[in-house]
Structures are given as structure tokens and as C-alpha cells.
Ligand binder design. Structure first.
Ligand code: IMP
Length: 194
């Protein structure tokens, strides 16, 4: 049995991914390995932060590990909020305030193109593997829908006429940045001898 840390405490995320993995891999949460401190996320890119988190677990707890990091990149704002997505409107990390700031900053712009990007960094047998999932779409003019979290009410994925916050979770997971990155990770783990 190979133990692999998923650098999260979200047990729903862990259960969802565990169910898709070969039976010789046992996922552990941060709590399972006694990691209760904030893991540093100080890099200037999404990939850098994902690498930093998985490297931290390997260096401090000596477990093979994977970590994810996600950001919203808006074309007219040169890729902002990017790594600052969670705290765009300040360290209080409020989804409503973040969306209000985004809508205000986009007020004068016709180009509403945006994408969510998730990077997963997997530290396995002293090698790092990177999996990237992108979901392209646009920022609409006002908030629509009440499901999901973060920027979901203002993000409409390309080819759909609903925002993420109007979709059921199953539909969102199939097309989302995170869903795409996780499915690459799962394919890799299912086809690699560990
Ligand atoms: P994290 O790296 O998964 O913690 O994501 C960082 C921030 O990006 C979150 O706090 C949200 O503001 C935003 N975010 C990430 N994923 C999503 C999503 O699926 N929908 C909307 N916002 C998201």
C-alpha cells in the first residue's frame, strides 16, 4: 500500500479522488499526517505555489504528496487576480468583495475573456509531475446563481449559457479547471507503477 498525501483538509475532495484511484494507493489528508500549520504559498505563479506546497510536505513530513493551486486569470487585467484570487479585495478573503472589485475593474473593458487555471504538483519518487487544467470563459456584468463558491456567479464557461453558480456540481466538475487537472492526475496514477 502506497501512502500519498493530498495537501488539503477538505475530506470531500479526498473521498472523491480516493474513489478514482487504484486500490494500492491510500490518500492521507494534512490532518492525517499532523500538519496543522499554514503551508507557505508565496510564489508569483499558480504552478509555483502548487510546487511549493508539495515540496513543503515532502521536505517536512517526508511523504510523497500532491498539492493544487487555482487562480482566475482575466485577459483585460493582464492575468489578474491570478495568484491573488482568494484575497483580491483584501486579506479577509471575501468572495462577494472579490467579485465586486473584479466587476468594477472590468467596468471600462469590452474584453471580458477569462480563464480558471488549476495546477497540481505531484511529488513522487523524487520527481515532480505537473498537471494543468484550464477552463476558458468570460466574466459577465453581474452575479448570477447561488451554487458553488469563489467567482462562480460571475464566470460563464465558453459554450454554456449558465454561470458556474447556476450549474449543478456534476456539470461543473466535468468541465472545470480542477476537474480536468484531477482527471490527468488520476490517469497518471492509474498507469504508473508506484
Ligand atoms: P484555491 O487555490 O483552490 O484555494 O483557489 C484560490 C481562489 O480561487 C479561491 O479562493 C477562489 O476565490 C478562486 N477559485 C478557485 N476555484 C474556483 C472555482 O471553481 N470557482 C470559483 N472560484 C474559484
Amino acid at each position: 500500500m502506497t501512502k500519498l498525501v493530498f495537501a488539503t483538509n477538505n475530506l470531500n475532495k479526498i473521498k472523491e479522488v480516493q474513489a478514482l484511484l487504484p486500490s494500492n494507493i491510500k490518500l492521507l489528508s494534512l490532518k492525517d499526517i499532523g500538519c496543522f500549520e499554514d503551508i507557505p504559498e508565496t510564489q508569483s505563479t499558480i504552478e509555483g505555489n502548487a510546487r511549493q506546497k508539495s515540496d513543503y510536505i515532502k521536505a517536512n513530513y517526508n511523504y510523497d504528496c500532491f498539492a493544487d493551486d487555482t487562480g482566475l486569470e482575466v485577459e483585460a487585467l493582464s492575468g489578474a487576480p491570478g495568484v491573488f484570487s482568494a484575497r483580491y479585495a483584501g486579506d479577509h478573503r471575501n468572495d462577494g468583495d472579490n467579485m465586486d472589485k473584479l466587476l468594477l475593474n472590468l467596468n471600462q473593458h469590452e474584453n471580458r475573456k477569462a480563464q480558471f487555471k488549476t495546477v497540481i504538483a505531484l511529488h513522487l519518487n523524487n520527481q515532480t509531475h505537473i498537471f494543468t487544467g484550464i477552463c476558458k470563459g468570460e466574466i459577465i456584468n453581474n452575479k448570477l446563481g447561488s451554487k458553488g463558491f469563489g467567482y462562480d456567479p460571475v464566470f460563464k464557461p465558453k459554450g454554456y449559457d449558465q454561470t458556474f453558480a447556476q450549474m449543478d456540481l456534476g456539470t461543473k466538475n466535468k468541465i472545470s479547471h480542477r476537474g480536468k487537472a484531477i482527471s490527468q492526475l488520476i490517469t497518471f496514477l492509474n498507469t504508473t507503477t508506484i
